[in-house]
Design a protein around this ligand. Structure first.
Ligand code: P5A
Length: 443
């Protein structure tokens, strides 16, 4: 991509309407544009990042055997009346009438719709478990949309649903998602901690929120610091190993505000390990048994008997993650957004020093650009006449992980190369490509 032809509308200063840094930065570097309260357009830079996050979320769902589908954003009110949530959901639900005056709604979540899909096709326990997911826009008419895409009205969510015969099997499904979420957030270089949480309008009595620590987060949390040492690496996808993983986490106190009990906290956590702070909820999983299957009559035949299936649902805030990663990784001092390579909008930026009467650096840059593209390295080249140091600052701010500078310090076939925030070295293009390809492999 040539910067001069890109659609990256950068602002000189932080916009005054934004109060948290992810919102400021996303507007500043032109990742999003607000279209009305809590509703945003995603511009190329932001959209590329979100799509890459979506792909990692997808790969980790596929890895545990969940099948991808796509349900619509608009739903009929009928199924919500069956489950009893049409009234309960209240003003957060955006209700619409079509030309035949039928009551429709913009889906805030999909428990009803998936239950309807399930019951129309699955009749035998032999088809269980069924694990299904989709990645789709949701709408919640939040009372106070704020912090940009962190708490907005229209947002992009991965939501999955599980259907099992027994409670025990359903908990196995729940635990698979528990592991899958730990793996997903780890790939995004986030340390997300599962915390016992309230179930709110989704329902049920078993639930975990996955929270990353951040001062600007909206969730208040209480935890034992030792939980950060737990790791899931050796966990296998069988019942025993997953129960073992849950137990490793549940050894430590970790709850959100609604579940907090001062006495339990102080009794269970030695003072030096107590941590009460704020965090951002990036995922939330629920087990609710037959809450939807019973009123909606979703059952299977099991040895001549009708059994209501046991269900769970599992959400990841895909669009929220873009902001959450900025909050967790932004280097305030040096003004650098630190995107992990796997989700960075571009992998490498080529920054030539360009004088009005001398095109030679731009020509060199274009040759390197061509070569990097052939090597499958997604590259942006700054072909504008903007001053050299402000170009470098700009790419630091955007957070492109590798930079090749072609300026006064480049000698012969050696160019100034740096990993974002690290020192610069003079290297040949071949060596630069080797480094980038290696880094891509291990990330
Ligand atoms: C689980 C999947 C559910 O809706 N039903 C289907 C369940 N859970 S949830 O916790 O309500 O939402 C899942 C994740 O979506 C993100 N999220 C939001 N992101 C941006 N703006 C919002 N207003 C918003 N509301 C929820 C969160 O990451 C949440 O964990």
């Amino acid at each position: 991509m040539l910067f001069s032809k890109s659609f990256i509308p950068i602002l000189k200063n932080n916009p005054s309407e934004a109060v948290i840094k992810s919102h400021q930065l996303m507007l500043r570097v032109g990742m999003i544009k607000q279209s009305s309260a809590g509703i945003y357009s995603w511009l190329p830079l932001g959209f590329k990042i979100m799509k890459k996050i979506e792909q990692i979320v997808r790969e980790e769902q596929n890895r545990i055997g969940v099948q991808e589908i796509l349900m619509p954003t608009i739903q009929s009110s009928e199924i919500w009346k069956e489950s009893g949530r049409y009234e309960d959901y209240g003003e957060e639900m955006l209700r619409i009438k079509d030309r035949q005056s039928r009551e429709m709604l913009y889906g805030p979540t999909n428990e009803e719709l998936i239950t309807d899909i399930f019951r129309s096709s699955i009749k035998s326990y032999k088809s269980l478990p069924q694990l299904l997911y989709h990645i789709q826009w949701k709408f919640r008419d939040e009372l106070r949309p704020r912090f940009g895409i962190m708490r907005c009205r229209e947002f992009f969510m991965k939501d999955a649903y599980s259907f099992d015969l027994s409670d025990d099997d359903a908990k196995f499904s729940y635990n698979k998602f528990f592991l899958s979420y730990l793996r997903t957030f780890k790939r995004l270089k986030l340390s997300a901690i599962p915390m016992a949480a309230d179930t709110g309008p989704i329902g049920g009595n078993l639930s975990h929120e996955f929270i990353i620590l951040a001062e600007t987060g909206e969730s208040k949390i209480y935890t034992d610091k030792r939980i950060f040492e737990v790791n899931s690496e050796k966990t296998e996808l069988n019942k025993k190993s997953l129960i073992n993983l849950r137990e490793k986490y549940e050894k430590y106190y970790a709850v959100t505000d609604e579940k907090f009990n001062k006495n339990d906290f102080e009794t269970n956590v030695p003072e030096e390990f107590r941590l009460s702070t704020k965090g951002i909820e990036v995922g939330h999983i629920f087990y609710f048994g037959d809450k939807y299957s019973k009123p909606m009559n979703a059952s299977v035949d099991y040895k001549g008997k009708k059994e209501f299936v046991k269900m769970g649902s599992y959400g990841v805030g895909v669009s929220r993650l873009v902001g959450a990663i900025i909050e967790a990784k932004y280097d305030d001092k040096n003004e650098i957004m630190n995107w992990p390579i796997s989700i960075s909008p571009y992998e490498c930026a080529i920054i030539p020093l360009i004088n009005k009467n001398d095109n030679s650096n731009l020509e060199k840059a274009l040759n390197i650009y061509k070569y990097l593209n052939e090597m499958n390295i997604d590259t942006i080249i700054d072909d504008t006449e903007e001053n050299f140091s402000s170009k470098i600052k700009k790419f630091n701010l955007i957070g492109i992980p590798f930079q090749i500078k072609i300026g006064k310090k480049s000698e012969g076939n050696l160019y100034e190369f740096s990993e974002i925030g690290e020192e610069t070295k003079n290297l040949s293009v071949e060596d630069i490509v080797k480094i980038i390809i290696n880094k891509k492999k291990i990330n």
